[in-house]
Design a binder for this molecule. Structure first.
Ligand code: NAP
Length: 314
């Protein structure tokens, strides 16, 4: 089969298409013919540095990157029961761990997959995986009706799902992006928009119950300033030592600073499936690339300007 392999960390030019052996499945896995792949900042962050590659793949080289797929089940393991040959499935496979998604075929634990809804294309399903799971896993237990919720980078992969999920919970949603993406985030349901290029959010906001921070750095520290007493900021890209440093500052207002690493989950994939079915969640795929153009897809994401999701099709 064809796969995109990475022999060593480095630029997107290190991603090479090669013929490799088709995977075989374990008893708890299904073999999926991959039709669409979505990519995330973690894909290029891991690609850029050996330490990142080691975290997910140990000393294995070459590796096949990628975690988000939609495709068709073509074989089922003896101990699986949820899927049959021909089923359309989607999911975030083996995260954190060895994803192996940039390939024509992928062996996936059945516990990482859900069925693609009738009303959803392979591209849209592939888009509704890591970024959507992150938004769901962050928000499902942390916010409630009428909470004032600030979502940074509302026009990005995680942010555009987070706005929609926060609205289903009845929150008042304020989001940041540049001015060109204002109409997009408002169309997703955001109640208020702040153009971070012309307005400092920490100067205009107060009494926030929960902040989803997809940026880190100064934005994390300024987010603490807008929290009400007892509020929480969860930062997705921030390492533990910085979270601990930020927590010391937040202690003064009895606020919490937390982190989360998204986890593969069939239960959560099934929640996303239901939301796609009933129309409460709509993925936005702003750019689609061919499998052969994976390097270009990485470059798009590395620009930091992606609206919604980038999907690669086979
Ligand atoms: N911990 C985890 O499990 C986990 C899971 C998922 C993601 N993450 C991390 O979370 C971060 C966000 O991921 P993502 O997939 O949403 O990224 P993304 O799709 O690449 O985000 C791009 C968006 O960020 C916006 N943006 C850029 N600078 C901004 C700023 N200063 N203020 C507000 N918005 C800004 C851009 O809007 P404009 O063009 O309008 O500026 C763009 O729409 C990444 O660092 C990722 O690695 C962590």
């Amino acid at each position: 089969m064809r796969a995109i392999i990475l022999e060593q960390a480095g630029s997107s030019e290190n991603l090479k298409i090669k013929e490799v052996t088709k995977p075989t499945i374990r008893e708890n896995e299904v073999l999926v013919a991959v039709k669409a792949i979505s990519i995330n900042p973690v894909d290029y962050k891991i690609r850029l540095a050996e330490e990142g590659l080691n975290m997910m793949y140990g000393d294995k080289r070459p590796v096949i990157l990628g975690w988000d797929i939609a495709g068709e089940v073509i074989e089922t393991g003896k101990e699986t029961s949820q899927f049959k040959k021909g089923d359309k499935v989607f999911g975030m496979i083996n995260f954190p761990g060895q994803g192996n998604a940039y390939a024509e075929f992928l062996a996936s634990p059945e516990t990482h997959l859900a069925k693609v809804p009738e009303n959803t294309s392979y591209e849209a399903a592939a888009a509704t995986t890591l970024a959507a799971l992150t938004a769901l896993q962050v928000l499902e237990t942390r916010i409630k009706e009428n909470d004032r919720v600030l979502i940074h980078a509302g026009s990005g992969g995680v942010g555009h799902f987070a706005i929609q999920i926060a609205k289903t919970k009845g929150a008042h949603v304020i989001t940041t992006s540049s001015a060109k993406n204002k109409d997009f985030v408002i169309s997703l349901g955001a109640d208020e928009h702040i153009d971070y290029r012309t307005q400092a959010f920490e100067e205009v906001l107060t009494d926030i119950d929960f902040v989803l921070d997809g940026m880190g750095g100064e934005i994390l520290f300024n987010s603490i300033k807008v929290l009400k007493e007892g509020g929480e900021v969860l930062s997705l890209p921030t390492p533990k030592p910085v979270i601990e440093e930020a927590q010391k500052i937040a202690d003064a207002k009895k606020a919490k600073v937390s982190a989360l690493l998204v986890q593969s989950s069939a239960k959560d994939m099934n929640t996303l499936k239901e939301m796609l079915e009933n129309g409460t969640l709509k993925p936005y795929v702003s750019k689609t690339f061919n499998f052969e153009d994976m390097a270009k897809a990485h470059q798009q994401l590395e620009s930091g300007r992606t609206i919604g999701k980038v999907v690669v099709t086979l």
